[in-house]
Design a binder for this molecule. Sequence first.
Ligand code: FES
Length: 102
Amino acid sequence: MGHWIKACSLNQVGKNEMYAFDFEEKRLMITNLNGTIYATDRICTHAEADLSTGFLSDEGVRCPLHLSVFNLENGKPQNPPAEEPLKIYNVKIDQGEIYVEV
Ligand code: FES
């Protein structure tokens, strides 16, 4: 069990936007995909690309470098070259603030 940290306010992550933030050594992002909030690592598991500068679609987030798409619910890459899943985190929303279990 981890502990919950505050990531940002809900209104900082508009629909189909990403919000990048760091906690200790972790590089994380919050994604609002069609109104659902997800928390994941933001560095691609293939190389050092920052997924928060990538592209969102219904399938997830597409890496800007070699274009693997990661599902935001389970972290799984949907296409090569990435093979390792992206780490995902539990999220909760309380009084308009987004919390992540790290
Ligand atoms: S760095 Fe993301 S797919 Fe290669």
